[in-house]
Design a binder for this molecule. Sequence first.
Ligand code: GLV
Ligand code: MN
Ligand code: MN
Length: 415
Amino acid sequence: MTRTPQTLLHEILRDLARFGADSSGGVSRLLYTPAWREAHDHLAGVMQRLGLRVEADRVGNLYGRLDGSTPDAPVVLTGSHLDTVTRGGTLDGAYGIAAGIEALVWLRDTWGTPRRPLEVVAFCEEEGSRFPLMCWGSGNVTGMNDCREAGRHRAADGVTLKEAMEAAGFGRATQRESRRTDLGVYVEAHIEQGILLERRGKRIGIVEAIVGQRRLGVTVGGSANHAGTTPMDLRRDALAGVAEMILELEALAVRAGPPLVATVGHVEMRPNTPNVIPGSVMFTLDIRHTNEERLASFCAAVLERFATLAERRGLTLEHAQRSSAQPAPMDARLRDALQSLCEERGLSYQRMVSGAGHDAQMFRSVCPAGMLFVPSRNGVSHSPEEYSSPEALADGLEVLGGLLHRLAYQGLLDG
Ligand code: GLV
Ligand code: MN
Ligand code: MN
């Protein structure tokens, strides 16, 4: 097979980067914000002009479709997410969408009508950056989330997911239901967001499994009191207690060893004033591992330890799970197909685990899923510094196109 052209890929990436571009040089395109909505409209226009059948569903997942010559055959789906983190880069999510669009157009123009319907999707959200849940888009497609629960989730500014969704023009009963039962396979191309490929000098990452995650909110309560008149032995300082908890979390995670990772990424405290002892602190926990039992037992051990530390200081402790995703192995046949596509093209590859969460993991009990990575410069992502070379982006497009060809035209995974 000849190399796919890459003009479209770069045009789409360049144009998407404008929506949510901020003063840091990065992109902040949070779910259902005006920047997100503009990117959505732009992408719909691009797909329409390219001759794909375009449709958005009730939560705002955006599809472009090529009908298959066997219309009822299970759909071959590729894509990624349209949202970004706050001050993120231009490739996380956008690359999988742009590569998917370019691959579909190239396949159609080279090989004509596919046997199986072939679709590209821009999932509305994956990052969990605005609302306390992840993969809202792919979760609604796979049945892990339900649009009707949108009223229950609230952003930091108090807006509910339902309100934000409706303000962006979604959530209407007349719009197509998000849940799909016609999917045969999901394939996602993504930047690695880590340094393994670059360190090993490999051009393609073949994902074996995606880590499971737990995200929790923890609130520690003490007594806000005068910083000058309260003796040290009479304080119930919520922040001092949380400081101890964070260091303990780090020690426990180091002791558990890879692939376990644990992070406190967000902290808020009250009253947050120089001359008042902190009365309450809320922080988030993000804990990941490839093994579900180890993940669950680590989380339980951490919470038990936090309870002991809180009790020792006379602090209250509350915690609530905000979201959870189980570890997701990628389909072995797709992993092997990715490997043989790399071998045919002389592209070096690395089989690896993904420490980042991805839409592909939501498909674990719905249909086979596969994922490929391209190297990220210096392993940096979720940052304006995120960058992958044009050659790396082209390698991933080439392999994605090859895999979609095998799936939609050549019968890989048929029957
Ligand atoms: C998503 O990008 C995550 O892994 O947090
Ligand atoms: Mn991503
Ligand atoms: Mn991300």
